[in-house]
Design a protein around this ligand. Structure first.
Ligand SMILES: CC1(C)CN=C(N2CCN(c3ncnc4sc(CCF)cc34)CC2)S1
Length: 494
């Protein structure tokens, strides 16, 4: 058990954000094994005291934020919780006496036993999606964890038992572990979504599940210990209520993400870079790179390390452009997000990303069209063929996502906003978009990623073209044809 080092002890009682950052700095810079349980308990306690604390707690006003006093966190409080965690985990697993010479690797049974130890000490029934259920502080004081929190607790438990080979694996909406001498073993350790039977102990989806977005085509973020610290920092939730954040918690999260960024621990973690971008957009840190660069770095990370199989980096960027009324750029980001999802088959485990695309298609894009078609300006996106091309690429990606899937994606609720949007572009603008039909030799979707000019809308002798896959053998072709016939009939009526 790593336990408390003197330096940690010396930093107690924790009275300010700065001292929390000092403890993280020490663990990240001076140890090979940052203590996941300790760090999670500390940030969980700080988050809890500032977001779920007593409503009439004394509010410091006009204090410099980093030194604003926290409700003091005593060393013995944290030590009690830390030892409670170790006792729970140690009690559930009889680990063979440490063999000093041979490194002991975890087994599937060991991982399952640690998962059971956490699982069986959770409250009987509680609202699993509530905020502030991600930390070991929540687990140890309230017996409640969300699905990410269970996965994190299992990895922290394995670390406490001395298994340095057990690491967190993260997709965009799920978490599991890798372990063993070559980290090639995988195991489910938490549940996913609502009403799904958990698959704890099983290997990660090999079959049809492997082609769903949920498992990111076997390109998950495989964490180091420091990236597991980045995951717990990303999971910090500053929300006070539906409309307000506790700004001290947001500041702590932002400063810790910059600490991890500077140490290089976010390089292969697109979502953590995106989270930092969101925080910087809200409140930029002077002397730091701007948030739009962070969103671009997240995309580069996903393209360089995860074969461009992650969607969220593009929706982080698209959301930023949308909030800042950069609508042409937003369309490009969303079309690029759609180019990722088209490579997958839709499965019922993919609800989260389905909701993301539904909101873009049926809320955000219609809002943009409304705003753009109310004022008349020569610079309007309705005059830009490249915007029309991006929208077609966006919708086409969703159609292709559905192709070959057991579960349908599109329904009539999608068609109305879609046709409304398309028909806002005049015929002479639409005429400038060349739909180039590309023959693909019927490879399944994942292999198509290396197509000649891919799916990007490109400038081609003054026309904008998007590649269109031939031999669409799918009912959704009707949708494309419906759009085309609608667009053509408009032409005839003009
Ligand atoms: C563009 C967005 C809608 C904005 N926030 C997003 N997220 C917020 C932060 N998220 C995350 N941030 C860091 N690490 C992880 S690991 C994970 C899967 C469950 F373990 C999710 C997630 C999930 C995605 S995507």
């Amino acid at each position: 058990m790593a336990g408390f080092r003197d330096i940690d002890r010396a930093l107690f009682p924790i009275k300010s954000i700065t001292s929390v950052i000092e403890i993280f700095k020490h663990h990240l810079e001076r140890t090979s094994e940052p203590d996941l349980a300790l760090l999670s308990i500390i940030v969980g306690a700080v988050e809890n005291s500032l977001t779920c604390g007593r409503p009439n707690a004394p509010v410091q006003i006009c204090e410099p934020i980093e030194s604003s006093r926290l409700p003091s966190l005593e060393y013995h409080t944290i030590e009690l919780l830390y030892n409670k965690f170790y006792t729970i985990i140690k009690g559930a697993v009889d680990v063979p006496a440490k063999n000093t010479t041979k490194t002991q690797y975890a087994t599937r049974e060991l991982v399952k036993k640690v998962s059971d130890a956490v699982w069986n000490t959770l409250s009987r029934s509680y609202y699993k999606d509530r905020a502030h259920l991600q930390s070991l502080y929540s687990y140890l004081t309230g017996n409640k964890l969300d699905c990410f929190g269970v996965a994190f607790a299992v990895v922290a438990g394995c670390q406490a038992l001395g298994f340095t080979d057990v690491h967190l694996a993260l997709s965009e909406d799920h978490a599991w572990v890798v372990f063993g001498e070559t980290s090639s073993e995988t195991a489910e350790i938490t549940w996913h979504g609502k009403g799904n039977e958990d698959k704890r102990g099983q290997e990660i989806g090999k079959g049809v599940a492997a082609r769903s977005w949920l498992y990111v085509n076997n390109k998950p973020v495989i964490c180091t210990r420091a990236m597991e610290v980045a995951a717990l920092v990303s999971a910090i939730n500053p929300s006070l209520n539906a409309t307000h954040d506790a700004y001290e918690v947001a500041y702590l999260q932002q400063e810790l993400l910059w600490l991890l960024y500077d140490l290089g621990h976010l390089t292969k973690y697109p979502m953590a870079i995106g989270n930092l971008g969101d925080l910087e957009e809200i409140s930029s840190t002077s002397g730091r790179i701007p948030c739009d660069i962070l969103f671009r770095e997240a995309i580069s990370s996903a393209r360089n390390y995860y074969d461009n199989m992650h969607v969220y980096p593009y929706t982080y960027q698209g959301g930023y452009f949308y909030r800042n009324k950069m609508y042409k750029e937003a369309f490009e980001s969303w079309a690029n997000a759609s180019d990722v999802i088209r490579k997958y088959n839709y499965s019922r485990d993919d609800e989260e990303i389905y909701k993301e695309f539904l909101e873009i298609a049926n809320e955000l894009i219609p809002h943009i069209m409304k705003v753009e078609s109310s004022g008349f300006s020569a610079n309007s996106i309705l005059k830009k063929p490249e915007c029309f091309a991006c929208l077609l690429r966006f919708y086409d990606g969703i159609c292709q996502w559905e192709e070959g899937s057991a579960t349908p994606v599109l329904h009539i609720g999608w068609a109305k906003p879609l046709v409304n949007t398309i028909s806002k572009f005049d015929a002479e603008v639409r005429a400038q978009v060349n739909i180039v039909c590309e023959s693909n030799n019927g490879d399944n979707k994942m292999e198509q990623k290396t197509q000649a000019n891919g799916n990007t809308s490109c400038l081609n002798n003054n026309n904008y073209c998007i590649s269109e896959k031939e031999n669409r053998n799918n009912t959704d072709t009707d949708l494309i044809h419906a759009i085309e016939s609608k667009v053509i009939s408009d032409e005839n009526s003009e």
